[in-house]
Design a protein around this ligand. Structure first.
Ligand code: NAD
Length: 359
């Protein structure tokens, strides 16, 4: 029997331009947005990229602010908003990874300025209206339409120099978005197709990048996968995996993408018994027999950090991590219990292989 379908599909309004050399189209895209005085944002490490982008948009560039930092500390957001006001900026151009795009989102929230994003990692932040701000060691996040970039220009040639180690964990971070979308309560037939294709593209491209980091085809395929994974994250509710990573990142200052890459196979194993269709899609996209073990094998093949211990977490941190990750209820295919999360985190801490049913 074919079961009847029921869903609500609500894609976010965003224009996407994709292709090597598309940096050359940014000026025309800004003109179409009506932007005349653009503040270019980057991290200090990507100042050269910021300068290149400012040169590419010519007289539309009002200034470059190369001060983005991971997790958007409030003073960093306030300084960037002040700079935008001082320059009379009418748009923001975020050139970089999730940290730079996160800064643009924070400024857009307080100023209402539109964003054009030029992503250079696979974090997928550009596809969502999710903003985050950090103050006093605590990260606050939310969704707001003002934080969604109006236009995203994906130019894979800007990712050729993304270090291999950053590329692989950033790619696994993107795959994690798609995995959670596949079992989200608001998944739709379209987000499922996009998520599966995103995982397939990244799983095919990332191993090639290990051997040939400047392979233009593999860079294009990885960024294409990241677009799909980020876009579907923007339309779906996150579950256990993202809650755990949020708790570990905020509570123990663990690095964002690396934490995702360690937790993903374990969170998938926890949810596997309650999400058979999602697991079948993930396994198919990976070309594996079993989704959690396939994710585990991919992370090992890519040389991602093997355990939370390798990221600096200690056994005595576990009880607080469990408390943080189970403090408030959230949607998840399998009920989240303290015992289940403790067993999952113990395996992730030790670097054990994921267990199909760790509780
Ligand atoms: P990142 O933006 O901090 O970049 C990592 C490092 O790589 C930085 O030093 C950066 O300057 C450098 N870099 C980036 N692109 C490069 C390139 N092409 N070549 C050389 N160096 C490059 O890291 P990230 O993983 O992209 O983003 C992490 C942040 O994004 C976190 O704060 C996370 O919370 C946030 N995030 C938000 C969402 C969302 O939907 N809001 C989604 C994913 C991640």
């Amino acid at each position: 029997m074919i079961p009847p379908r029921a869903f609500v599909h609500a894609p976010l309004p965003q224009r996407v331009v994709f292709g090597a050399g598309s940096l050359g189209q940014v000026a025309a895209e800004l003109d179409a947005m009506g932007a005349r005085r653009v503040l270019v944002l980057s991290t200090p490490g990507q100042r050269v990229l910021g300068e290149k982008v400012a040169a590419a948009i010519g007289e539309r560039a009002a200034g470059l602010h190369a001060e983005a930092r991971m997790h958007v500390p409030v003073p960093v957001a306030e300084a960037a908003a002040a700079r935008a006001a001082e320059l009379g900026a009418d748009a923001l151009l975020a050139a970089g990874g999730g940290s730079t795009i996160g800064l643009a989102k924070a400024v857009a929230l307080s100023t209402g300025l539109p964003i054009l994003a030029l992503p250079t990692t696979y974090s997928g932040s550009e596809g969502t209206s999710i903003w985050g701000l950090t103050e006093g060691g605590a990260k606050t996040t939310g969704r707001d339409p003002r934080a969604l970039p109006q236009v995203v220009v994906y130019d894979p040639s800007l990712t050729l120099d993304l270090p291999v180690g950053v590329s692989t964990v950033s790619g696994l971070n993107a795959i994690a978005h798609a995995v959670e979308v596949l079992y989200a309560p608001d998944a739709t037939p379209v987000t499922a197709l996009m998520a599966e294709e995103g995982i397939r593209a990244l799983a095919a491209a990332l191993p090639v990048l290990m051997e040939a980091p400047r392979d233009s085809g593999a860079r294009s395929e990885a960024l294409y996968g990241a677009w799909l994974c980020g876009t579907v994250l923007g339309q779906a509710t996150m579950g256990l995996h993202h809650k755990l990573c949020h708790a570990l990142g905020g509570g123990f200052d663990l690095p964002h993408a690396e934490t995702h890459s360690v937790i993903l196979p374990h969170a998938a194993a926890f949810n596997a018994p309650a999400a058979p269709e999602a697991m079948a899609r993930i396994a198919r996209a990976l070309g594996a027999d079993d989704a959690p073990l396939g994710l585990w094998a991919l992370a090992r093949r890519l040389g991602a950090p093997p355990s939370l211990a390798a990221l600096g977490m200690r056994a005595e941190d576990l009880p607080r991590a469990v408390r943080l990750a189970t403090a408030s209820p959230y949607a998840n295919p399998r009920p989240v219990t303290k015992e289940g999360v403790a067993a999952l985190l113990a395996r992730a801490l030790a670097g054990d292989a994921p267990l199909a049913d760790p509780s």
